[in-house]
Design a protein. Structure first.
Ligand SMILES: [Zn+2]
Length: 61
Protein backbone atom coordinates (compact mmCIF):
# COMPACT_ATOMS: atom_id res chain seq x y z
CA UNK A 1 0.00 0.00 0.00
CA UNK A 2 1.02 3.56 -0.55
CA UNK A 3 0.72 6.27 2.12
CA UNK A 4 -0.31 9.78 1.19
CA UNK A 5 2.61 11.94 0.09
CA UNK A 6 1.33 14.88 2.08
CA UNK A 7 -1.09 15.35 4.94
CA UNK A 8 -2.43 18.34 6.82
CA UNK A 9 -0.41 19.30 9.88
CA UNK A 10 -2.44 18.97 13.06
CA UNK A 11 -0.48 21.77 14.70
CA UNK A 12 -0.73 24.61 12.20
CA UNK A 13 -2.82 23.36 9.31
CA UNK A 14 0.17 23.51 6.96
CA UNK A 15 1.37 20.81 4.59
CA UNK A 16 3.31 17.93 6.09
CA UNK A 17 5.44 15.86 3.72
CA UNK A 18 6.13 12.15 3.86
CA UNK A 19 9.54 11.41 5.34
CA UNK A 20 9.58 7.65 5.31
CA UNK A 21 10.78 5.85 2.22
CA UNK A 22 10.59 2.17 1.39
CA UNK A 23 12.26 0.29 -1.48
CA UNK A 24 9.91 -0.78 -4.27
CA UNK A 25 10.41 -4.45 -3.43
CA UNK A 26 9.55 -3.85 0.23
CA UNK A 27 6.53 -1.55 0.23
CA UNK A 28 4.54 -0.20 3.14
CA UNK A 29 2.10 -2.52 4.80
CA UNK A 30 -0.83 -1.92 7.13
CA UNK A 31 0.46 -1.40 10.65
CA UNK A 32 3.67 0.28 9.48
CA UNK A 33 4.45 3.68 10.95
CA UNK A 34 5.11 6.49 8.53
CA UNK A 35 6.57 9.86 9.51
CA UNK A 36 5.67 13.27 8.14
CA UNK A 37 7.28 16.63 8.79
CA UNK A 38 5.44 19.91 8.47
CA UNK A 39 7.03 22.40 6.10
CA UNK A 40 5.67 25.33 8.10
CA UNK A 41 6.29 24.49 11.76
CA UNK A 42 8.54 21.42 11.45
CA UNK A 43 6.19 19.45 13.63
CA UNK A 44 6.70 15.74 13.20
CA UNK A 45 3.68 13.50 12.79
CA UNK A 46 3.73 9.74 12.95
CA UNK A 47 0.88 7.82 11.41
CA UNK A 48 0.16 4.13 11.55
CA UNK A 49 -1.10 2.85 8.23
CA UNK A 50 -4.58 1.47 8.57
CA UNK A 51 -5.90 -1.27 6.35
CA UNK A 52 -9.34 0.32 6.41
CA UNK A 53 -8.04 3.57 5.00
CA UNK A 54 -8.76 3.50 1.31
CA UNK A 55 -6.21 5.34 -0.77
CA UNK A 56 -7.46 6.37 -4.18
CA UNK A 57 -6.63 3.92 -6.92
CA UNK A 58 -5.47 1.30 -4.47
CA UNK A 59 -8.94 0.94 -2.97
CA UNK A 60 -10.98 -2.13 -3.75
CA UNK A 61 -8.33 -4.27 -5.34
ZN1 LIG B 1 2.69 22.59 11.04
Amino acid sequence: MEPAKTITCVECGGTAHLLSQRPVDDPFEPGDTVAYTCEDCNHRLDLVLDEDEEVGEFAGQ
